[in-house]
Write a protein that binds this ligand. Sequence first.
Ligand code: COA
Length: 192
Amino acid sequence: MLGQFNFEKFPVLKTERLILRQLTLDDVDAVYAIRSDYEVTRLNIGAAYIILDQARILIESILDNYQRGNELRWGITLKDGDDTVIGMCGYNYWARRDFRGSVGYDLARAYWGQGIMTEATRAVIKFGFDKMALNRIEADASVENVASIRILEKLGFHQEGIEREQYFEGGEFHDLMLFSLLRRDYELTIRK
Ligand SMILES: CC(C)(COP(=O)(O)OP(=O)(O)OC[C@H]1O[C@@H](n2cnc3c(N)ncnc32)[C@H](O)[C@@H]1OP(=O)(O)O)[C@@H](O)C(=O)NCCC(=O)NCCS
């Protein structure tokens, strides 16, 4: 049945190579390693972390927002690994009234280019349509973020437009590309 998810039990997701699980405060070092790399944050959240406490604050806020039923973000680990979080993927918000959520992700640089985030995001999208009863999943990416745009295209997202000079980073304004995947797109193409 659709829309049953109620934030009671954290939904662990498994894919061919990955386990997506809840973040805990034991993941502070791993999250710091990801977010202190400017190559990871540059096209995404801006300034790289410079102190460990920023990772702790992020995890605490993710856990708190989960408790409030506002945000659902998974820590990505490798099935064949040691449970270290190598990235994060999830819904930054869930506008229940409109059956709409927004996905975002980031991955430690050492794991780029192996299809990991496409695999993780595919599972997160399936969860969104199947368990959260979403009708529309939104995403955005810097026009320079070729890898992120490619992930969204591979997953069937439609480009909706460009917000010109939407954010300021590295002394310059940058354009942001908007994407969406509707339930009907998903049912027609991806799920088949
Ligand atoms: C974006 C990010 C999550 C991608 O993760 P990933 O696991 O490497 O992505 P995938 O391997 O699943 O897919 C990336 C695709 O982009 C392609 N790609 C990557 N860099 C590219 C480049 N410079 N030029 C052309 N294609 C590129 C890859 O070839 C792949 O496409 P393919 O499967 O058709 O070959 C990762 O680079 C990251 O964490 N970046 C920093 C944070 C960030 O930008 N987050 C997103 C904010 S919108």
